[in-house]
Design a protein around this ligand. Structure first.
Ligand SMILES: *[C@@H]1O[C@H](CO)[C@@H](O)[C@H](O)[C@H]1NC(C)=O
Ligand SMILES: *[C@@H]1O[C@H](CO)[C@@H](O)[C@H](O)[C@H]1NC(C)=O
Ligand SMILES: *[C@@H]1O[C@H](CO)[C@@H](O)[C@H](O)[C@H]1NC(C)=O
Length: 394
């Protein structure tokens, strides 16, 4: 019996090896009529290649060779019959006209996807940023996110670059178990709303070993972000790594279990930040850890802002308190230099003070007269330990 078991295990092993040894099938976009002259629209060729790759009952390799491929707009949808690798060797170029829509390239309803290859996504944002008047116009036209992942699971994005996105570089919505590593995202410091990676309604997302310099948040995590790990990200220029804005409108899903670790902020407007709208609807953000963080000339290194209200209309409603409860927050091992005097600024809601906030080993200098940084805190309940410069907060 035992021998039979061993024998059947061996047979099983053998068959598994054979299954793994079946080579992947390549779906080269050029074979589908794509032309890398940078001006011909390749959307139809790409979608045809995707359709075949997605239907293939094995390991598919969607292959974009070297060259410049203009792509007007494309949504790559599953579910697919086998695992999908989307390999970008060349550069995908976005259009510089007729782009008022919210998406450039999307992956939707795909599981087991890998996007990689060392190539570049060029959003051509220079042609679009001046249309962004969202600060003053609540009905501003949408500009496309470079890469959207909607309902994507068990997937990876690695080793690709995104430049000059018209809006966010990556948007992650309703996704589960994704890892993003070794990506480089860049746009000028003054480009509007060019978030690096924006996450909402998603869980088990890991972002690591990446370099993000852009005009808005390097990473932003909003309503429904749960079990998110950001590790080893260099951020700057940009508005920092942010949780929020939370509590706006009907987004009530809780935020919980977010760790930001081993990150460096270089000349960014903020470092680590939690922000909620005021006024706001009820929500909860808990289990938030920021640790092993280096600040290099960061304007506002450590921030909780429960009075966030950037657009003019909210002043009309008055500054009533935010109803977002922030609790179980740890700021630990945060070192470096602030470019403004207030290095730690925790402004919690009067109606819902922050609970169980821990400050552990903070050492921030001010790069200005006296070199002494200060802290400003209100409505914060918690504890502190280790070295605390600036102190006096909790
Ligand atoms: C998946 O494979 C089956 C056959 O195994 C086929 O009938 C079906 O059309 C394939 N799916 C897609 C999306 O083509
Ligand atoms: C998460 O996704 C990876 C592929 O990126 C996969 O190998 C792993 O099994 C998935 N984990 C779970 C719990 O599904
Ligand atoms: C974070 O950095 C520390 C010190 O550089 C290192 O020991 C640790 O392994 C890193 N953690 C992760 C999760 O990479």
């Amino acid at each position: 019996m035992a021998i039979f078991n061993i024998f059947s295990s061996l047979v099983f092993l053998l068959f598994s090896c054979i299954a793994i040894a079946v080579p992947p099938k390549f779906f080269n976009v050029v074979r589908y009529g794509a032309i890398s002259d940078g001006t011909t629209d390749n959307s139809q060729a790409f979608l045809k290649a995707w359709k075949d790759a997605c239907a293939y009952n094995g390991r598919s390799r969607f292959w974009i060779p070297n060259g410049k491929f203009l792509l007007r707009k494309a949504s790559f949808e599953g579910s697919c019959n086998g695992s999908m690798a989307f390999l970008i060797k060349g550069t995908l170029v976005a259009p510089t006209d007729s782009f008022f829509t919210d998406t450039w390239i999307a992956f939707r309803y795909v599981s087991g996807l890998i996007v990689k290859g060392g190539g570049t996504l060029d959003g051509q944002g220079q042609s679009a940023w001046h249309y962004n008047d969202c600060k003053t116009n609540s009905k501003c036209k949408p500009l496309p996110v470079t890469l959207r992942f909607d309902f994507v699971r068990n997937s990876k994005v690695e080793n690709i670059e995104s430049i000059n996105s018209k809006s966010s570089h990556f948007n992650i919505f309703a996704c589960e178990n994704m890892s993003i590593s070794h990506v480089k995202l860049s746009a000028p410091a003054d480009s509007p709303n060019t978030d690096g990676i924006h996450i909402g309604t998603s869980r088990n997302i890991k972002i690591s070993k990446s370099v993000i310099g852009t005009g808005d948040d390097c990473v932003s995590m909003v309503s429904g972000s749960q079990s998110i790990e950001v590790n080893g990200v260099a951020c700057g220029p940009g508005h920092g790594i942010s949780i929020g804005s939370l509590g706006r409108g009907h987004e009530h899903e809780y935020v919980k279990g977010i760790t930001v670790r081993n990150c460096t902020f270089i000349g960014s407007d903020n470092g680590v930040r939690i922000k909620t709208w005021s006024p706001s609807s009820y929500s909860l953000a808990s289990g938030l850890v920021f640790e092993n963080i280096i600040m290099k000339n960061t304007k506002n290194p450590v921030v909780i802002d429960q009075y966030y209200c950037p657009s003019p209309h909210c002043y009309l409603q008055g500054h009533s308190s935010s109803a977002v409860q922030i609790q179980d927050v740890t700021f630990k091992n945060i070192f470096g230099v602030s470019s403004t005097e207030v290095a730690v600024n925790l402004q919690c809601s009067k109606a819902m003070p922050c609970k169980n906030v821990k400050l552990i080993n903070i050492d921030l200098a001010y790069d200005g007269p006296g070199r002494r940084a200060t802290s400003l805190c209100s409505n914060v309940i918690g504890s502190s330990s280790g070295k605390l410069v600036p102190g006096g907060c909790i």
